[in-house]
Write a protein that binds this ligand. Structure first.
Ligand code: 6CS
Ligand code: FE
Length: 316
């Protein structure tokens, strides 16, 4: 249990509340050489105001083809299935998420530090960054289940001991995300409020929450208020696009009853200065494959070519 001052208390037994964000969204100083942000001023302003930004078709069709092949390989890897690092869908038992992809896959290891992504993360967070969590989300056709509304930061703070809001996620779309196949839904601007939740964290909560989250989700009154204030937007985009979103943005996604899977690779970049400490709940830290704690390594951004992605894919 973390006994330092808790700036973002949640699941502490106190009542559900909407609290103000106490951290900046963009950390770079405008002229800091290490952290210049490879985005336009309009994109940076949008990200600050809305808490998310879509970079449409950043990756080429050839790159997406390599990623898709690696996605299929990991899904059917039997050794991986037995490793306990794969989460199945509630009900159908199909693969829902594969974790730690930056460590187990040559293709996704390259992707995590691809300059096109890592330089943006370093720039927005104004620091060296490391991967706090990475995963493939499959959202299979017909039977892919929803992710209920949540702020990622709430979980990372309470269960992983992430001190401050100085992290962001990038979701790289590997299939088209349409309005119908369970795309990411966000409440733009909601990252500036913190929804403190009721309840207490059960032991081994991750075993349930990664399939269906029930603790650390806002109550109906909180969600109604946030939705009325900010509205809801579907982050639809073509394959090879990147959805960048702040760690505290309220988001979720519906189930997928279409025949088209909605698959994406997902990296959480955390500022090195914001590395995790002891959890802010009375439970053991989550396993390393869900939340990096032991192997914290600053990422070295690298310009990756399409040919390198294809070569890494052929090797794996
Ligand atoms: O547990 C996590 O790290 C992430 N997964 C879920 C379902 N909710 C919180 C956070 O986004
Ligand atoms: Fe999330």
């Amino acid at each position: 249990m973390n006994t330092t001052h808790d700036r973002y208390p949640s699941r502490t037994g106190a009542k559900a509340e909407l609290l103000p964000r106490r951290d900046p969204v963009i950390y770079s100083q405008p002229d800091a050489a290490v952290c210049s942000i490879p985005l336009t001023p309009e994109q940076i302003r949008d990200y600050e105001q809305n808490g998310f930004l879509v970079l449409h078709e950043l990756f080429s069709a050839a790159e997406v083809a390599c990623f898709a092949q690696e996605l299929d390989r990991l899904r059917s890897d039997l050794v991986l299935k037995d490793s306990g690092e794969v989460i199945n869908e509630p009900g159908s038992g199909e693969v829902r998420s594969v974790f730690r992809i930056h460590a187990i896959s040559p293709v996704f290891e390259l992707m995590a530090r691809d300059k096109r992504l890592a330089d943006i993360a370093r720039g927005l967070l104004g620091d060296e960054v490391y991967v706090h969590q990475s995963r493939l989300n499959y959202k299979p056709g017909f039977r892919g289940k929803e992710f209920y509304w949540h702020s990622d930061f709430e979980t990372w703070h309470v269960e992983d001991g992430m001190p401050n809001m100085r992290a962001l996620s990038m979701s790289i779309t590997l299939t088209e995300n349409t309005a119908c196949n369970g795309p990411l839904m966000v409440m733009p601007g909601s990252h500036k409020l913190y929804a403190a939740c009721t309840g207490a964290t059960p032991a081994d909560h991750f075993k349930e929450s990664l399939r269906k989250q029930e603790y650390g989700v806002p109550n109906d009154e909180q969600l109604t208020e946030i939705a009325e204030r900010f509205g809801i937007v579907n982050a639809t985009c073509k394959p090879g696009s990147v959805i960048i979103f702040d760690c505290n943005l309220m988001h979720g996604s519906n189930s997928n009853i279409t025949s088209n899977p909605r698959s994406n690779a997902f990296f959480v970049y955390n500022a090195l200065s914001n590395r995790v400490a002891a959890p802010f709940c009375n439970q053991l830290p989550r396993p390393e494959y869900i939340a990096t704690r032991q192997s914290i390594q600053p990422l070295i951004p690298r310009a990756v070519s399409m040919a390198e992605y294809c070569a890494a894919d052929a090797k794996s």
